[in-house]
Design a protein around this ligand. Structure first.
Ligand SMILES: [Zn+2]
Length: 307
């Protein structure tokens, strides 16, 4: 087995142990999908274990957030418990310290046709997720909720699905990134999901949400045979397998995180360090999605930092 495969298996095992220790009594089921990933099926939710480790198990949940304001209100609604208010302001200011951050925040803040709710929660403290997507009858996305953990200034996600956030991993040879910057990068990642969902086909998105659990349930019961005609048919209807769908979504989130880091570190030398790390992870785990990262690397003046 080559080095890359060993790394992947290693991450899968780490992920499994972490999740097993957290949810060992919850009646969860887990299985390995050939060549790529372990998928975890939880009730009606199905997502790769390495994604669940960061996003928590409620990603795409239809579970309403308490006291959610009507989606017709428009703008950004922040639901931040008093005890987290100061840290949230620091994270937000760090995000708004960039042109990308200011532009995206203003877009949602001033949009009367879209309500973005931002919640700070102690659940999944070092991660975040998006949920409560709502579309109008024309299929236009009109509301979404971003839930951020109360300690997103800590914890660097794995490089397999999160090559950009992982570039902030502390290193002995380079300067340490502040917790505020890590938190702001996570905000950018979540906003990237909302940005992308707004551009996606609403019917297909909801169909994927509905069919992915069915796909994973069959895969679990059929000896993990991805050639099963029932799975081929479901993948055809969804436009991809569940793992491919999650890869696509996560790497869109990560490209938005990369836009934030591009602007945050105008210091070319350090930005190059980060972009080189991102490239290394993309080469290893996301090669077929390289174009969307390359596009950002090419948006800055040369040198391209290895791209
Ligand atoms: Zn994500």
């Amino acid at each position: 087995m080559d080095q890359v495969k060993w790394k992947r298996v290693g991450f899968i095992l780490v992920s499994l142990f972490a999740l097993a220790s957290t949810f060992s009594s919850a009646g969860l089921t887990a299985f390995r999908q050939p060549n790529r990933e372990t998928v975890r099926s939880v009730g009606t939710q199905s997502l790769p274990a390495l994604v669940a480790k960061y996003h928590g198990l409620a990603t795409d949940s239809a579970k309403p957030v308490a006291n959610l304001l009507p989606s017709t209100a428009g703008g950004i609604r922040e639901q931040v418990p008093k005890k987290y208010a100061t840290r949230y302001q620091h994270w937000k200011q760090e995000f708004l310290a960039t042109e990308t951050g200011r532009q995206q925040w203003a877009f949602y803040q001033n949009n009367p046709n879209f309500t973005l709710t931002v919640v700070i929660s102690r659940d999944n403290p070092e991660g975040g997720n998006t949920s409560n997507y709502q579309w109008n009858e024309d299929g236009k996305l009109v509301a979404a909720t971003i839930t951020l953990g109360c300690r997103i200034n800590e914890g660097v996600p794995n490089p397999v699905y999160f090559p950009v956030m992982n570039s902030l991993l502390p290193s002995k040879t380079t300067r340490t990134i502040s917790g505020e910057t890590l938190a702001a990068t996570k905000i950018a990642h979540e906003l990237g999901h909302v940005n992308r969902t707004a551009k996606s086909d609403a019917v297909l998105y909801q169909l994927q949400l509905q069919l992915m659990p069915q796909y994973n349930e069959i895969l679990l019961l059929n000896g993990r045979d991805t050639g099963d005609p029932r799975l081929l048919e479901l993948a055809r209807r969804m436009g991809a397998t569940p793992v491919e769908i999650w890869e696509d979504r996560e790497y869109w989130g990560e490209t938005n995180a990369m836009l934030y880091l591009r602007d945050r570190f105008a210091d070319q030398d350090f930005r190059c360090v980060l972009f080189n790390r991102i490239k290394r992870s993309v080469d290893l785990y996301a090669r077929s999605y390289e174009a969307r990262f390359l596009n950002i690397a090419e948006s800055i003046p040369p040198p391209r930092c290895g791209w």
